[in-house]
Write a protein that binds this ligand. Structure first.
Ligand code: ME8
Length: 630
């Protein structure tokens, strides 16, 4: 087998469960792996847990457990949460595993033999929260530069000759512009190294938790030295086929652990071992909440699966689709150079405006129209050239962005494809083409179906369940390769009946489902009276709010071959996006009347809710538009 495309996340401390911040990095890796697989590479995606930290032993003691019993539980929960988030890692490493311990000891032994590790006395300040050593001069008002408590430590310890690698490291960074990304981080690293790298203490006194130093078990290996080695211990270095994996193609992480650890200590260890350096170390920004980094120690944590569960019902009831909504949001918010802020309001807003309106509803409109205008079959037309080239260049740009790890920019591209889809519908007005018997309808509808197929392909690495649902609406297999994006839309191919994938989050949704009060029936009529009312199945092609009338929606209906404009007092219960594509029942022979200066050519049926609102009456299954209702 050729070289694998090797992707890593940091290995997370097990003193806390994954939150939306750690999810961001793991998701970035998952998206990279899924994308690279579509590009024809064989990815190898590693994640795991960092278990030897002092604070882990302390958290275990606080929970009344042995450290290993504690970490076993948490590591299992990490795996379950990642599975729940549809993260497809290939390997999960725990630093308490024997395969890791043996490699850490081997690295230590080799570096000591080469003289890169030596024994000396350590005196200094120790930050337990970040497991970092500081000199007196580095403290800020008696605390670490991050504001954490520090402890004074005086021990005989082993030191790693980090200073010896300073020039080699700078040369490597300067010769490889993609080694540290984004550029702002690269500049920070260069400035940090130029200040002068100090030899760093790589052992601690053995208090029973950690990997013992070979031939000196009074000490354990420093947790960062131990943890960084996971990237090679997991691939079995120095035995077996590790060269199929190494060097890593991308190591994803937050900016907090780039400068002091991944961009200095880690490459220096590799240089000491005479191993090649990772191709890219990518340090993204943070997700903030209330102006602070989301983190366990700040207590402002949101768990990704809780977020999905909280919204699953209002999004349509499917947990996996709700997970994709969280994946969508994290990908969309992927902080590049600066940090981004998470709020529930923003989550709901982006969900409603982007995932529902721009993407899911756009797709729904197309599948509905394929049903209404084309008997659910892809018509025999030609994809419109200008739309095709606009979409194809967006697809290439998305690929370039994902190759360069710019998930944020790739998400802009995905949304722009949604805009191309909606603008094409609005510009071409397929309902008019159909009404006028215009042959161009076939070209427009095949173009729209093709755009939906393109969206399915580009969304696949980001929201795989949403992509599966789109594929099943099109009755096509999943798009497996990036080159295959847009394939499979052939004239005559039959698609499924339309069904919206995502529903809008309505804050009031649960509150309006109150029990209805029934009214006694009065004033009997005869069947002849009833037959005077012509009820017909209609489809809502478009819907808009009416300015100045907060209860009214202006609906564009198709009833048989006819278009109707109907005003309905349902705006407080239904957003335009909720109702577009739905079938309804219309009173077709009601005398037109004017409301708010607009003509209403009929009335749609709705039940009265007890709060004065409306509950739409919809056919139990799709019926051709214009079908009579009795
Ligand atoms: O540092 N925004 O583990 P850790 C964005 N064990 N990313 C965030 C984040 C936030 N608010 N909070 C956490 C460790 N992260 C070490 C790593 S690797 C050899 C050892 C992400 O559990 C981000 O990737 O503190 C950050 O670098 C990582 O979680 C820190 O995880």
């Amino acid at each position: 087998m050729g070289k694998r495309y090797y992707i890593t996340t940091p290995i997370y401390y097990v003193n806390a469960l994954p939150h939306i911040g750690t999810t961001l990095t793991t998701l970035a890796s998952d998206i990279t792996a899924r994308f690279q697989r579509m590009r024809g590479k064989t990815p190898h995606f590693l994640t795991g847990t960092d278990e030897h930290a002092t604070k882990v032993a302390e958290a275990a003691a606080a929970a009344g457990k042995t450290p290993i019993a504690f970490t076993d539980e948490i590591a299992d929960q990490f795996k379950a949460i990642w599975r729940g988030m549809n993260i497809q890692y290939d390997d999960f490493i725990r630093t308490t595993e024997e395969r890791h311990r043996a490699v850490v000891q081997e690295v230590f032994r080799r570096l000591r033999e080469k003289g890169h590790i030596y024994l000396d006395k350590y005196e200094g300040w120790w930050d337990v929260t970040t497991e970092t050593f500081y000199k007196e001069s580095e403290l800020v008002e008696g605390k670490s530069p991050d504001g954490n408590e520090v402890r004074w430590v005086e021990e005989e310890n082993y030191f790693f000759r980090l200073s010896a690698f300073q020039n080699q490291l700078l040369e490597h960074i300067e010769a490889h512009p993609d080694f540290i990304l984004p550029e702002v981080r690269r500049n920070e690293v260069i400035a940090f190294i130029k200040q002068g790298l100090r030899d760093t203490c790589v052992t601690r006194k053995n208090t029973g938790w950690g990997i013992p130093v070979p031939d000196d078990d009074s000490k354990v290996v420093y947790v960062w030295f131990d943890a960084l080695i996971n990237y090679i211990s997991a691939i079995g270095w120095p035995e077996g086929n590790w060269e199929e994996f190494w060097p890593a193609d991308v190591e994803w992480m937050g900016k907090d652990i780039l400068v002091r650890f991944h961009a200095t200590l880690w490459p220096a260890i590799l240089l000491g071992l005479e191993l090649p350096l990772p191709k890219t170390l990518y340090g993204h920004g943070w997700l903030l909440m209330g102006g602070e980094k989301i983190s366990k120690s700040k207590g402002n944590v949101i768990a990704p699966l809780d977020l999905a569960s909280q919204y699953a019902n209002s999004m349509g009831g499917c947990k996996d689709l709700a997970v994709d909504a969280v994946r969508y949001y994290c990908a969309r918010m992927m902080p590049y150079e600066t940090d981004t802020t998470f709020t529930l309001e923003d989550f709901e807003l982006r969900y409603n405006t982007e995932l529902v309106n721009d993407l899911s509803n756009g797709i729904h409109r197309v599948v509905s129209m394929l049903g209404s205008f084309c008997d659910r079959r892809i018509p025999d037309g030609e994809v419109i050239e200008s739309v095709k080239s606009a979409a194809e260049s967006l697809v290439s740009a998305i690929a370039e962005d994902l190759e360069r790890f710019r998930i944020d920019k790739a998400m802009d591209g995905v949304l722009r494809l949604g805009t191309v889809l909606n603008e094409t519908i609005d510009r071409e007005k397929p309902w008019d083409l159909r009404k006028n018997g215009d042959a161009r309808l076939a070209d427009v509808m095949i173009t729209l179906a093709w755009l939906v197929r393109v969206l399915e392909g580009v969304l696949r690495p980001i929201t795989p369940v949403f992509a599966d649902d789109i594929a099943s609406l099109l009755r096509l297999a999943a798009t497996e390769s990036w080159e295959g994006i847009g394939h499979g839309i052939a004239p005559g191919h039959e698609v499924s009946a339309a069904k919206p994938i995502y529903l809008r989050i309505e804050k009031q949704q649960s509150e309006t489902q109150v029990k209805e009060k029934t009214e006694p029936v009065v004033n009997e009529i005869t069947i002849e009276d009833f037959m005077k009312v012509q009820l017909r199945v209609a489809r809502v092609l478009d819907a808009h709010r009416v300015e100045g009338a907060d209860k009214l929606l202006k609906l564009d209906l198709i009833v048989g071959d006819e278009r109707r404009q109907v005003l309905a007092g349902i705006a407080q219960q239904y957003a335009p996006e909720d109702i577009i594509g739905k079938q309804v029942v219309v009173v077709a022979n009601l005398k037109p009347r004017r409301l708010r200066g607009l003509e209403s050519q009929g009335m749609i049926l709705a039940a009265d809710a007890s709060d004065g609102g409306a509950i739409l009456v919809v056919p139990d299954r799709e019926a051709p538009e214009g079908t009579s209702v009795h």
